[in-house]
Design a protein around this ligand. Structure first.
Ligand code: HEM
Length: 419
């Protein structure tokens, strides 16, 4: 069966997992798009099942919005695909870390997904996020206060990381002294859990993180407060809408998803602005452009390389390509966001670009719950940085900047700046 997918017959093998490609993957993504919208790659776990990468926006949206054909829940399919066996082996099936992967809204489809998401969706509406803006602003100002007089900082360690973790921790009610440890766990998990990686240390980090979260819940049962965790505990205690495993899992997901990605938006976004001086100058001249710049930074190089994997629930066709039940399908968000069929000059950074849509937050029922929060944080983070430190510039040559990467996310190890 073929092919509106337009695959060329030339055999090209794409290695999404090589260190070199993951640092600057966009040339490879362009080659993949030229090959087709649905491109086979070798099974990253070394087994027999087929993995497909979706490179273009409209086909990625088709996958992400049709959860009856493409599910996030690998356990719901009985296909014998080796990828699934290997993945469950990697993550463990009865271990505490499956709290994170098995019981949270990100890894289940309807009807459980709707039930779980509706319990927290009110805490993440754009209107509620706007009400938090004054406190979010204070957190950003407090961080800059510490460095303003010093003339230099590591923008990753001193600003991009502590800012979102302090915001989500205040929302959830996580004590200040626990936040550095949470960062250690989530950074290790984000790096190690990338699709195609098998890092045994990840299981240990997930276990410690799950144990910490259980203890936090136990403490808050004794001493509730007005934070989101205490509200979720009250929901769990009052009836059958949320069970204990789901509660732990939900809190772990909110902690993890709520800062690693946003840190990367602030760090990578700052790097992009500092290395595009004319765009930076334009933004400094008119800080009202920051919300539009945030959308363009998300499109141009957003934190999430791909969505989570989807599993075909049936034999089906995707843009002319036959996909078999149990095959793994990965929408490559960063490639979809550079799709030349959707954007004019997609490889150009243009903070004034009028963007109809991008896929940096995914699409469909699993589209990022925290997008309204991330947008307020991005707006406040860049506005505050440029208003308070207008002379900011890189303090080492661009080529010396180190990246860390996984398929699912990519970020800067450090970003030394002076001002
Ligand atoms: C889901 C990206 C910030 C919470 C997602 C997904 C993406 C994403 C791509 C969909 C994954 C999939 O379909 O497989 C981002 C980016 C962020 C960000 C780029 C920052 C720039 C946040 C924040 C929170 C958050 C601040 C706050 C708690 C979540 C949750 C889900 C999710 C709970 C799962 C939603 C569901 O399954 O219904 N995010 N995220 N994210 N994100 Fe975010």
């Amino acid at each position: 069966m073929n092919n509106s997918n337009n695959q060329t017959s030339e055999k090209v093998e794409f290695n999404l997992f090589s260190e070199e490609n993951s640092k600057d993957p966009f040339a490879m993504f362009a080659q993949m798009r030229a090959k087709g919208s649905v491109v086979p790659i070798p099974n990253p776990m070394g087994g027999a099942g087929q993995t497909w990468i979706v490179t273009r926006m409209d086909v990625a949206m088709e996958v992400l919005k049709d959860h009856s054909r493409f599910t996030v829940d690998m356990n719901s399919i009985d296909s014998g695909n080796d990828i699934r066996k290997n993945l469950s082996g990697e993550l463990g099936s009865t271990e505490p870390q499956t709290f994170f992967t098995g019981k949270s809204m990100l890894f289940v489809d309807e009807p459980d997904h709707r039930r779980l998401r509706s319990l927290v969706s009110k805490a993440f509406t754009p209107r509620y996020m706007e009400s938090l803006r004054p406190r979010v602003q204070e957190i950003a100002d407090e961080l800059i206060d510490q460095f303003e007089g010093k003339g230099e900082m590591d923008l990753v360690k001193d600003y991009a990381y502590p800012f979102p973790i302090n915001v989500i921790s205040e929302m959830l009610g996580i004590p200040q002294e626990d936040r550095p440890q949470i960062h250690v766990w989530s950074e290790a998990i984000a790096k190690g859990l990338g699709f195609g990686k098998q890092d045994p240390a990840v299981a240990q980090h997930l276990r410690s993180f799950a144990e910490y979260t259980s203890q936090l819940v136990a403490n808050k049962r004794v001493e509730p407060s007005d934070d989101l965790i205490s509200q979720l505990i009250a929901i769990e205690e009052e009836g059958d809408r949320l069970n204990e495993d789901e509660l732990i899992s939900m809190i772990m997901l909110l902690i993890f998803a709520g800062h690693e990605t946003t840190s990367n938006l602030i760090a990578t976004g700052s790097y992009l602005l500092l290395t595009h001086p004319e765009q930076l100058e334009q933004l400094k001249q008119d800080l009202n452009l920051v919300p539009s710049a945030v959308e363009e930074l998300l499109r141009y190089n957003g934190p999430a390389t791909s969505s989570g994997p989807r599993y075909a629930t049936q034999d089906t066709e995707l843009d002319g390509q036959l996909i078999q039940k149990g095959d793994v399908v990965i929408p490559l968000l960063k490639s979809a966001n550079r799709d030349e069929q959707q954007f004019t000059d997609p490889e150009e950074l243009d903070i004034e670009r009028k963007i109809k849509r991008h896929l940096a937050f995914g699409h469909g029922i699993h589209m990022c719950l925290g997008a309204p929060l991330a947008r307020v944080e991005g707006d406040v983070a860049f506005t505050t940085l440029l208003r308070r430190l207008p002379d900011i510039q890189l303090s080492i040559p661009q080529e010396k900047i180190q990246w860390h990467s996984a398929l699912s996310s990519q970020g800067l190890a450090a970003l030394p700046v002076k001002f």
